[in-house]
Design a protein around this ligand. Structure first.
Ligand SMILES: [Fe+2]
Length: 180
């Protein structure tokens, strides 16, 4: 007689998606600001994982995005996000980002500033479970943000547009109310 196997699912991965209140004019201004720093690489070593990352602009709009994301996350989960680091990510035509994660960072986020048509999807690869592999695509929209565990593998498909795809990336530490 065949024995059946019980499967107990013990974990889930929450990806939080939100939309900021910045209007299209504000997003255009932010895109222009980010592009003024496109030569300010976080690391000039082309083998570094930060080679294609550039300095994020130091401005109120970015501060407001961080506050808006942290407030939305707190309202949804009861956890506080405290900013650890941030940078800009500019994909020129034909650029893509290979699979990676931000471990040991607890929480990562991405904010989409400019996503021309055909400029690339975010793919999430929750591959910690080798017998339940999945690749989950997220279609970026301008003004949209995603917050997810820093250990979650992700990649970005190729930018087929002639225009740059521009996003901001963030790493956060996570606090519960009682940790404060
Ligand atoms: Fe990343």
């Amino acid at each position: 007689m065949e024995k059946s196997l019980e499967i107990h699912t013990i974990s889930k991965i929450d990806v939080c998606r939100g939309q900021s209140s910045i209007n299209p004019n504000g997003l255009q201004l932010l895109a222009d600001l980010i592009l003024t720093k496109k030569d300010k690489r976080l690391d000039n070593d082309e083998w570094s994982t930060h080679y294609e990352d550039t300095e994020a602009p130091n401005c109120k709009m970015v501060d407001d995005i961080v506050i808006e994301m942290a407030k939305a996350f707190h309202a949804a989960t009861g956890f506080q996000l405290v900013l650890d680091s941030m940078w800009s990510h500019i994909h020129e035509k034909n650029m893509s980002t290979t699979i990676h994660n931000h471990y040991p960072v607890e929480i990562s986020a991405v904010y989409y500033v400019s996503v021309p048509e055909g400029s690339g999807k975010l793919l999430l690869h929750p591959h910690h479970n080798k017998y339940h592999l999945a690749t989950v695509p997220f279609e970026p929209k301008e003004g949209m943000f995603l917050i997810f565990p820093g250990s979650l593998e992700h990649s970005v498909t190729r930018n087929h547009s002639d225009k740059p795809r521009i996003s901001l990336a963030f790493n956060f530490n996570l606090y519960k109310e009682e940790d404060k």
